[in-house]
Design a protein around this ligand. Structure first.
Ligand SMILES: [Zn+2]
Ligand SMILES: [Zn+2]
Length: 137
């Protein structure tokens, strides 16, 4: 939390209560949507509206504190940017998001660069399918 406060301060923002609450939710659970965050905080913090949650997430994303992810659901999910870089596989039946590590992706990127001369700045991959539980059901 100290770290986020420093990033905010260095950009001229304060660690307000609403920013603290939202970062705290993302510390507890990854890949939450804005609506899910809103559902989790509205009980204890009725002063936090959905539009505030969206605005706060936009700011945190802009400052590089939060990473915004698109799993093709028509809305974004968020996780803290301090998480190690990783990729996602999303179950289309239960919505579970599984993470897999970066090394396989690094390998694939190198292969593509070698074959095509492409220079990669950034990569992000999501696998779509069914988790083991849903696939076996
Ligand atoms: Zn599933
Ligand atoms: Zn993740």
């Amino acid at each position: 939390m100290i770290e986020f406060e420093q990033i905010l301060r260095s950009q001229g923002y304060r660690l307000t209560n609403q920013r603290r609450i939202i970062v705290h939710e993302l510390e507890g659970k990854r890949h939450l949507s804005a609506e899910e965050i809103y559902d989790r905080v509205k009980g204890p913090h009725p002063e936090l509206g959905l539009s505030t949650v969206y605005r706060t997430l936009d700011l945190l994303t802009e400052l590089g504190i939060v990473r915004k992810e698109d799993f093709g659901e028509g809305y974004s999910r968020y996780e803290l940017a301090t998480e190690r870089v990783h990729h996602h596989a999303r179950c289309r039946e239960c919505g579970e998001v599984i993470e897999f590590n970066e090394e396989l992706m690094e390998y694939l990127t190198l292969q593509v660069e070698r074959e095509t001369g492409f220079v990669t700045d950034w990569h992000e991959i999501t696998l779509h399918g069914r988790c083991a539980t849903c696939a076996n059901a």
